[in-house]
Design a protein around this ligand. Structure first.
Ligand SMILES: [Zn+2]
Ligand SMILES: [Zn+2]
Length: 414
């Protein structure tokens, strides 16, 4: 399958002119062996540097696309953070004209960030269907302990070899499934925010992501069976989610309350007191079920709005401690929910309920999780289940982005 992403480079009915960096994506068995051909077709020329981690580089089924320099990073403690970027930056030759990311999410985020810093393009070669970030223009990084989304560069082309992706360990595939299923929540949050605050919304980008998400959800059994066309659908869904982010210029269509839960856990705030080595998509998968259950519970309540008060600095410090508080306080200084009133919620309550109905129920989702063996409980991702209340309460503060979870503070206990 070829995604000709340039076709999205048109004036959209939403009034915006969406811009794509990515020319095309190849999703096929054996396509990495033809990487040279595709790179030439894309017009990229000059000195190249391919970035791997040792695990991907040495995997038996792995192919190594031709590159002038191969950079192989140790996977130990390798994260998309200051340290990972510094390691890679040191090894990229000064005369490098383009980079090739060969790996999963971390390698891609490091490459994307370095490519942006150096002002050069990069080629994406995903080796597992583990995250939706391959095709995105933003890099999700941990910077000085704080989870941050940076503007970076989207790949010029994507070469997704299904022979390699389908051989990846199942926990990576499950992680991609978790990242993808989270779009149900992210899209509902976006639509609710648009309904309440008239935040910019593009129906085409929404529908594009929703279709891909539904197709992946329906493929759970086929992925489990190792069906190559199901891997194609999952990879397509993850790439389309990235393309949607590129078109939008931010992650609104792909990241809502479920990602905030994942980010809160990753930031390891003092008040939460947990450290989880679970993968991004595993955390998002668990966050999705938490948000799903809470959203449907609230939908069936009277949605009566009580006083919404901005979080006080002490309230934030209590959870986030000295290390993270000032960044969290600054992030929330212009609280995105401060304009919401009881009257507005009352006026829009039917619409909000309709939007929440676009999120499958917990029972529908858990069936898919169980089919594939996707992690579903906090305790599956090294977080005690009794931390649930803290997570529900504090996760919205990791980002000043209006979600239904943020509104929950004023809707709860009714
Ligand atoms: Zn649009
Ligand atoms: Zn994600």
């Amino acid at each position: 399958m070829i995604i000709d992403s340039q076709k999205y480079n048109v004036k959209c009915s939403c009034g915006h002119e969406h811009k794509m960096t990515t020319d095309f994506c190849i999703i096929e068995s054996g396509c990495l062996s033809k990487a040279d051909e595709y790179i030439e077709k894309s017009g990229l020329k000059g000195n190249s540097a391919a970035i791997y981690d040792e695990n991907t580089y040495n995997a038996t089924h792995m192919l190594h696309p031709k590159a002038d320099k191969e950079i192989i990073l140790s996977p130990e403690n390798l994260h998309a953070d200051n340290h990972g970027v510094a390691l890679a930056m040191e090894l990229i030759p000064a005369n490098c004209d383009y980079m090739i990311a060969v790996g999963s999410g971390t390698i891609h985020d490091i490459t994307r960030y370095c490519a942006y810093e150096k002002g050069i393009p990069f080629v994406s070669c995903p080796t597992a269907a583990s995250v939706d970030g391959f095709c995105s223009s933003v890099a999700a990084m941990t910077w000085d302990g704080f989870k941050k989304t940076f503007e970076a560069v989207a790949p010029k082309i994507v070469i997704a070899d299904l022979d390699i992706i389908s051989q990846a360990p199942m926990f990576l595939t499950n992680s991609g499934f978790g990242d993808m299923i989270g779009k149900f929540i992210a899209l509902a949050d976006w639509k609710i925010a648009h309904t309440l605050t008239n935040e910019y919304f593009c129906n085409n980008i929404h529908n594009m992501t929703m279709e891909a998400t539904k197709a992946v959800t329906e493929s759970a059994q086929a992925i489990k069976n190792g069906d190559i066309t199901a891997y194609e659908k999952l990879t397509y869904g993850l790439l389309m989610s990235g393309i949607a982010m590129q078109l939008l210029g931010n992650s609104r269509c792909a990241s809502g309350a479920e990602h905030h839960i994942s980010h809160l856990i990753e930031m390891q705030p003092e008040g939460l007191g947990v450290k989880s080595d679970a993968l991004h998509g595993e955390k998002v998968g668990v966050g999705t079920l938490i948000a799903c259950r809470e959203y449907h519970r609230l939908k069936n309540s009277n949605l009566k709005w009580q006083n919404y008060c901005k979080a006080s600095p002490d309230y934030i410090k209590n959870m986030f401690g000295e290390r993270l508080s000032s960044a969290i306080i600054a992030e929330n200084s212009d609280d995105c929910a401060s304009g919401i009133t009881a009257r507005l919620i009352e006026e829009k309550s039917d619409k909000i309920r309709d939007i929440i109905d676009t999120v499958p129920t917990y029972e529908e989702l858990i069936e898919k999780y169980e089919t594939l063996g996707v992690k579903s409980e906090l305790s599956d991702i090294e977080v005690p289940n009794e931390k649930l209340d803290i997570i529900l309460e504090y996760s919205p503060f990791v980002r000043n982005r209006l979600t239904f979870m943020r509104l929950r503070r004023a809707l709860n206990n009714i």
